[in-house]
Design a protein around this ligand. Structure first.
Ligand SMILES: Cc1ncc(COP(=O)(O)O)c(C=O)c1O
Length: 390
């Protein structure tokens, strides 16, 4: 028996992700329809995958610079300029990371001191709180309320800012709610960040996945924000490349240098072939993204329409990402019980809203990053199951 096998104290508050638990149920049962995962069911553009083969044949199988390959950083600098009018120096202000996940971890590790308070959205993407906790920070939950369309109200943000608050994490288009901020709403949050001298980690991995009249504004483009914002982004969702693990961060030189320090000793550099695939995806035709978002739009309308027809679910049509986050309180079950009920009675896997924080209780997350026909079948099954209890 080895007596010293026990986790480091810093792991004490980390929990098993609630998404993972339902994802594992889905993996074990081939008859379930899995609407729990946040990854597009599309194959990345062929020209991008071909670039991966070519890079392999050319022997591009070695370390790249810690920041990532220069062509990719240059292409990302051009992207920021063309899309948002933002200038970032490819050498010092852009870092290629192992997905948005690593970028968030690096940002927390590089910026948060023990005892610092970090404002995080609740419900919110599952890696924010653990990243803050591992850095010794204190997560302070800003509720995203249904009555405010899952956007943080100024009062809720300001009332949680103390002398210890240094960093605020924002995520629009939002996971798990599908909410999108208007230009004015983002501007008023930016104003709060400036007035209270906060650094913002703006997670924009769903920037391209918006619908109807919604338009995404990069948070760094608001007055006073470029110098205090780390913009986290990723190839995972935009190009359906979740498994290739390429993300990136834009930010002012000094902030990026803090992230770089941690990145060099953890990941060293992102997979070289994956970086070449990402580069080709970014530089090639963008019709893939248009097509994918168009398909998501059809699925979004289907899921929302069917939930409204079935009854008992309450939600408005989300404007971004690929999630619907209906209120299920009328069913008289907790969100965990309701998600378990759907697995048992409908063979459909969703994620209980509580997996995204206490303010997610009373909701479930349905991902519509699954084929249209699967979604049709899943909603028929949900209808049958729900009929038994209504
Ligand atoms: C809001 C949000 N941020 C970041 C990520 C991380 O994505 P990746 O690490 O694949 O880039 C996800 C993935 O689901 C997400 O939903």
């Amino acid at each position: 028996m080895v007596s010293g096998i026990k986790p480091a104290n810093r792991l004490k508050n980390l929990k098993y992700s609630g998404i993972r638990r339902f994802f594992d149920i889905a993996k074990k049962n081939p008859n379930v329809i899995n609407l729990s995962v946040g990854e597009p069911d599309f194959v990345p553009p062929k020209h991008a995958l071909d670039a991966g083969w070519e890079a392999m044949e050319k022997g591009e199988t070695h370390y790249t610079s810690t920041n990532g390959i220069r062509e990719l950083r240059e292409a990302l600098a051009q992207k920021a300029y063309h899309e948002y009018g933002l200038n970032y120096d490819p050498d010092t202000e852009i870092l290629i990371t192992a997905g948005g996940t690593e970028a968030i971890f690096l940002a927390a590790s590089g910026l948060v001191n023990p005892g610092d308070e970090v404002l995080i959205p609740n419900p919110g993407f599952v890696c924010y709180e653990p990243s803050v906790l591992l850095a010794g920070g204190v997560p302070v939950h800003v509720p995203l309320r249904e009555e405010n369309s899952f956007k943080p109200s100024s009062d809720d943000v300001i009332s949680r800012i103390t002398k210890k608050s240094r960093v605020m994490i924002l995520n629009y288009p939002n996971n798990p709610t599908g909410a999108v901020l208007s230009h004015e709403e983002a501007a008023s949050l930016a104003k709060i960040a400036v007035e209270h001298d906060m650094i913002v980690i703006s997670d924009e991995v769903y920037e391209k996945i918006v619908y109807d009249d919604a338009k995404h504004s990069c948070f760094a483009s608001f007055p006073g924000m470029r110098e205090r914002t780390l913009v986290v982004n990723s190839f995972s969702k935009t190009y359906a490349m979740t498994g290739l693990r390429v993300g990136y961060v834009y930010g002012p030189k000094e902030l990026i240098s803090f992230l770089w320090l941690v990145h060099q000793y953890t990941v060293a550099c992102v997979d070289t072939l994956a970086q070449h695939i990402a580069l080709a995806a970014l530089k090639g035709p963008q019709d893939f993204v248009k097509h994918m978002v168009h398909q998501f739009d059809k699925r979004r309308q289907l899921v929302h329409k069917r939930l409204m027809e079935i009854g008992g679910f309450n939600c408005s049509l989300p404007k971004g990402a690929f999630y619907v986050f209906p209120n299920i309180k009328d069913f008289g079950m907790s969100s965990e019980e309701f998600a378990e009920f759907l697995v048992r009675e409908a063979n459909v896997v969703t994620v209980p809203g509580s997996a995204f924080g206490v303010h997610g209780e009373g909701y479930i997350r349905i991902s519509y990053a699954a084929a249209y026909e699967k979604l049709e079948e899943a909603l028929n099954r949900i209808e049958m199951a729900v009929k038994k209890i209504r």
